[in-house]
Design a binder for this molecule. Structure first.
Ligand code: WT7
Length: 649
């Protein structure tokens, strides 16, 4: 049964005991009150929270400015500093509280109190200033999951520089595209990273990226994470520790406008070029803050662990900013779930007394394969909430997570959101009754609706396009440098205020949302967004490729796998040579984008299946990729014999 079929026939409901419910900060009554208040006064609801939850150096008087809709602004005349909110304001009563517990790939452990984090961030903020970085400058952070990545992000926020974190798994080519698009002045990196017992070079990719087209990058700061030698370019490259020597532990945080961009984060869309999602300071931090309180109920005794890399939005809102803003203790982990063995996640949970754990369905499915005995070897008694994000979770994985990891006691917090939304949008509170596979209901102040193809709101329990009707504080502000793309992508319904998500969804009779998947040419591979056009352009840039079409096919661990259909401009080789070519093309995509985009299958044909008007028939390719019998009408196909060629693996 496909995931969609299985979630649409799911009707179990899970609730924790009243006893457990009482332990959560937000009760059912309080939640109902919040919903009522938000429904009555949308802007007032968010404005009150912004005053209550954040520290403003200059209070705001304007809640929402929609005079240039759909370019919305929140808390516009207010000023604040995000790093101050994440660190300094906790120093009064939490100075010795642990902010970060770091566990390295090899089991090495480091702890930072809020005071220590403050001093480190200040020293690095002073370093950035000394190296010529100013408010509004863009800084690329290309680092592994180590505390220095968070320190670098916080230091940028402290001086008002706009960071753009590029996932360490992206290639030099992908890194260069982002450096150029952001117009970055500096790159912060490490000599290498440690993952799964290996050391992986990183700085090398920066050197390659900077070889051409990035003249505006004047400095590269290199943190030495591994013992490996690193080539340093005289005058450009600086050692982190050397640059930081003698810097003060004090830095006066720079107050910025609420709307000042905090960061850019590149994500894939339906065209070949990734877009720089631009987030604000005040509005972004507000939703990152409240969702860490609401969904994860983070209190003084909690130890929170979000397994996401800081290269993704989850690592921004639930590692680098949100947990710190609420003053929580969090775990940061450098390694992989299967090293030294598939019990690693559970060992980390046990050793650090993790109480709230947040990961992706793909990780759960991968670990499920190793059976229930492995997690049982660890003490997971402290866990009280379990979160998931990135793709619809299939009920089988939900049940395993719930029964084996949560021992039936921990609510599963299935959080639907996107890079563009900044924080959770549709998700349960810990007290919410749960249905496996549903992200339940929109948060208070989030007005989620379902539209038909023409953009009419559907009010019954029908399926359609998911959209958000009213602006919310942490929404995307712009596609960096491209306002038109922002409007066309997210507000395609002329004259209507809907932010159109790109997912289809179904709402059931209880008002619960079930996300069915993307409706655009975007794949979700292991919870990572990949544009089919991006992979297609990578393939056709190879000398032997004339044309390529990429589709997704179901995969039991990754959710979706990449299937590529390729037309060569040379004769198709046979036997070993053909296998070698497949390998060459896979490596090519890895080099152009990154290993996550490597096609799982590559099939060859003399042409792509096209209609007589030249449109590629992707639904046919999807059927072939799945290994399905072609039952669809192929009469509009220009050359039906193409299908036979592609069906041969
Ligand atoms: C897309 C956004 C949000 C951080 C990670 C991914 C899918 C995300 C869920 C969920 C069903 C989900 C959607 C969405 N998605 N979370 N809980 N249930 N689908 O961020 O790379 O911006 O991708 O991921 O399709 O549009 P992203």
């Amino acid at each position: 049964m496909s995931n969609i079929e299985s979630i649409l026939t799911e009707n179990r409901v899970f609730e924790v005991s009243d006893e457990i419910k009482k332990t959560f900060s937000v009760s059912e009554e309080k939640l109902a009150e919040m919903r009522a208040k938000a429904a009555e006064d949308h802007v007032g609801f968010w404005s009150d929270l912004a005053r209550e939850k954040l520290s403003w150096s200059k209070p705001f008087t304007v809640g929402l400015d929609d005079s240039k809709a759909p370019h919305y602004k929140w808390f516009t005349d207010g000023e604040l500093n995000v790093s101050y909110n994440c660190i300094d304001r906790h120093l009064q009563d939490k100075s010795d509280k642990t902010a970060i517990i770091f566990e390295g790939d090899r089991g090495d452990i480091e702890r930072y109190t809020y005071k220590e984090l403050h001093d480190q961030v200040c020293r690095f903020a002073n370093t950035l200033t000394a190296q010529g970085v100013e408010k509004g400058d863009r800084v690329i952070i290309y680092m592994p999951m180590i505390p220095q990545a968070v320190i670098a992000m916080q230091a940028c926020a402290r001086i008002g520089a706009i960071h753009s974190v590029v996932f360490g798994g992206f290639s030099a080519e992908a890194l260069r595209d982002r450096i150029v698009d952001a117009g970055a002045k500096m790159v912060i990196t490490t000599n290498g990273s440690r993952r799964g017992g290996k050391t992986i070079p990183l700085k090398h990719a920066v050197d390659t990226a900077l070889e051409k087209g990035c003249e505006q990058v004047k400095k590269v700061i290199v943190y030495r994470r591994t013992d490996d030698e690193v080539e340093m370019q005289e005058g450009r490259d600086i050692d982190w520790l050397e640059a930081e020597a003698g810097m003060s532990n004090y830095h006066d945080p720079v107050a910025v406008d609420s709307e000042h961009p905090l960061f850019l984060l590149y994500t894939s869309g339906s065209t070949g070029k990734p877009k720089g999602v631009q987030h604000s300071s005040g509005g972004y931090l507000l939703n990152a803050h409240v969702t860490n309180e609401w969904m994860f109920d983070l209190n003084d005794n909690d130890v929170f662990w979000c397994t996401a890399d800081v290269g993704w939005i989850t690592g921004h809102s639930y590692v680098a900013y949100g947990p710190l803003s609420v003053g929580a203790t969090m775990v940061m982990f450098e390694g992989v779930p299967t090293y030294p063995d598939a019990g690693r996640f559970w060992q980390v949970c046990q050793d650090h007394g993790v109480t709230v754990f947040y990961t992706a369905p793909t990780a759960i499915r991968a670990l499920m394969k190793f059976g229930a005995d492995l997690p049982k070897q660890y003490d997971l008694e402290k866990l009280r909430l379990l979160g998931t994000v990135g793709e619809p979770i299939n009920p089988e994985a939900w049940m395993w997570y719930h029964d084996v990891i949560g021992q039936g006691r921990c609510p599963i917090i299935d959080t639907w959101w996107q890079t563009e939304t900044g924080a959770h949008m549709i998700a349960p509170f810990p007290v919410t009754p749960l249905k496996p596979g549903s992200c339940t209901q929109p948060l208070p102040g989030i007005d989620a609706v379902i539209l038909d193809e023409e953009g009419n709101e559907l009010i019954g329990n029908e399926g359609g396009l998911l959209a958000i009707k009213q602006p919310w504080p942490s929404m995307i502000r712009n596609v960096w440098g491209d306002e038109e793309r922002y409007r066309n992508t997210y507000f395609p319904l002329e004259g209507k205020p809907y932010y159109v998500v790109g997912d289809s969804a179904h709402r059931d009779a209880d008002g619960y949302f079930w996300i069915l998947g993307r409706v655009d040419d975007v794949l979700n591979v292991s919870g990572h967004r990949l544009g089919t056009m991006e992979i297609e352009s990578a393939l056709v840039s190879h000398a032997k490729v004339a044309e390529a079409a990429v589709v997704g096919r179901p995969h039991d661990v990754k959710g979706e796998a990449v299937a590529a259909f390729v037309v060569l401009n040379v004769d198709l080789p046979e036997g070993d040579e053909r296998d070698a070519l497949v390998q060459e093309l896979r490596n090519w995509v890895s080099q152009e984008i990154g290993p996550i985009a490597k096609p799982d299958d590559i099939r060859f044909g003399t042409n792509l299946p096209k209609t007589r008007s030249g449109k590629i028939m992707r639904r046919l390719l999807r059927a072939i990729a799945k290994g399905e019998e072609i039952t669809q009408d192929t009469s509009t196909l220009e050359d039906p014999t193409i299908l036979d060629q592609f069906q041969k693996k």
